[in-house]
Design a protein around this ligand. Structure first.
Ligand code: PLP
Length: 393
């Protein structure tokens, strides 16, 4: 058996379900237990190509390879360079604004001391400190765009249905790489969101539809077909789910290790379901008994960035959630207020919803003593108008 740099292997493709099953196996074993077989004459992968592709997607530096026939081995994740993906800039000097994104990771994980009562310790992961959209969506804008660039060589026009954040992230990538974005936004997006998109250089099409539905995504798709633009489609594009598995989840494990903590549960919002599904797959495979809860707007209401499961989401159906908690917009705003006035950090409305969902779980008696991670998807600066209305400021 030899450890071969992943870059030197043409691993091929793996379908989503096989990828999830193999990733689950590798993550729960904490390593790889069979080799990928390579033909010594041609250098091509002849057995284990799906395992090879899965390892490449979860970001290992090396793949265990044998030549001729398969071998039983156990190579731990550490030896495969699994954690080497996360390479923060120590003194925070960056060579360009694209690096400002991924070399800023991990986004901070901060204990909320004043929210930590009754033997429960609350940790917040601040996705609002990503540089472009100031949200979790920078990660997927970057990964979807990068993948399209690899496939097509060049991306001229982009079309995307977005509730602001993905649009801002894609607009930033478009600026960096010389493309243009047309963003389809639902009617409920704030004026600030629309202005920000325009400022970032996007052309904005405001739809009469109130939230991102199949129809709105269909409008973006038709536009892309007619205009020859690329529709990355955050709702279907597996680069979304995969970037969270490869980076968001992995960095959170490293952060929790540094804090000396194994969480009892993780709570996060459901929009495309990308980040919470990846966290569920990762943490439920790596640590026994970690629970994962999703947060959605209460029926008939809307909270920018999150949606109800029945509106259609892809990856949440591949993993197991321990509950889906409904939150009203007023309750989400109340969550924002409680966090900003107790911890001094301004978070977005969906983050307020996540905080309120955590409080509801505590009140229902479902959360024992221990550590809890709340993923706060974005910053609060975009929501001043909604907060003014909801909180009657
Ligand atoms: N919160 C905000 C503000 C968002 O923009 C999004 C994504 O649209 C989410 C939460 C949900 O994230 P995901 O799409 O990974 O489910």
């Amino acid at each position: 058996m030899r450890l071969v740099p992943t870059k030197e292997l043409a691993c091929g493709e793996v379908g989503l379900e096989a990828f999830v099953a193999l990733a689950r196996e590798v993550l729960s074993r904490g390593g790889v237990s069979t080799t990928v077989v390579v033909d010594p004459r041609t250098g091509t992968v002849v057995r284990g190509s799906e395992l090879c592709a899965t390892l490449a997607k979860i970001g290992v530096r090396y793949v265990p390879v044998s030549y001729g026939k398969s071998e039983e081995v156990f190579v731990p994740l550490e030896a495969l360079g699994f954690f080497d993906d996360i390479q923060p800039s120590r003194y925070r000097v960056f060579s360009d604004t694209e690096e400002l994104l991924y070399r800023n990771w991990p986004t901070p994980l901060v204990r909320l001391p004043r929210a930590s009562v009754g033997g429960r310790v609350v940790w917040a992961k601040l996705e609002g400190l990503n540089p472009w959209s100031m949200s979790v969506k920078d990660r997927i804008g970057w990964s979807m765009y990068r993948r399209a660039l690899e496939r097509l060589g060049r991306v001229e026009g982009l079309v995307e249905a977005t509730s602001t954040n993905t649009g801002l992230a894609l607009a930033a990538m478009a600026s960096i790489h010389g493309s243009r974005l047309r963003a389809y936004i639902p009617s409920t997006v704030s004026r600030a969101g629309e202005l920000l998109l325009k400022l970032f250089g996007a052309e904005v099409v405001r739809s009469p539809i109130a939230s991102i539905t199949v129809e709105l995504i269909g409008d973006a798709e038709r536009d892309a077909r007619a205009s020859g633009a690329v529709h990355l489609n955050q709702f279907e594009n597996d680069a979304n789910f995969e970037v969270h598995l490869r980076y968001t989840a992995k960095e959170l494990e490293l952060q929790l290790r540094e804090a000396g903590v194994v969480p009892k549960a993780i709570v996060g919002g459901l929009g495309t379901s990308g980040h919470i599904s990846a966290l569920a797959l990762y943490f439920k495979s790596r640590f026994r008994g970690v629970r994962v809860y999703g947060v959605v707007p209460a029926k008939g209401t809307s909270i920018q960035g999150i949606r109800r499961v029945e509106t259609g989401m892809k990856w949440v159906h591949l993993v197991e959630l321990d509950g889906v908690i409904e939150v009203l917009p007023e309750e989400a705003a109340d969550g924002v207020l409680r966090v900003v006035r107790s911890e001094g950090i301004l978070i977005g409305l969906s983050s307020g919803a996540v905080y309120t969902a955590y409080r509801k779980l505590v009140e229902s008696g479902e959360l024992e003593e221990g550590d809890y991670v709340l993923v706060f998807p974005d910053h609060g600066f975009k929501y001043l108008e909604q907060l003014e209305k909801l909180l009657k400021l």
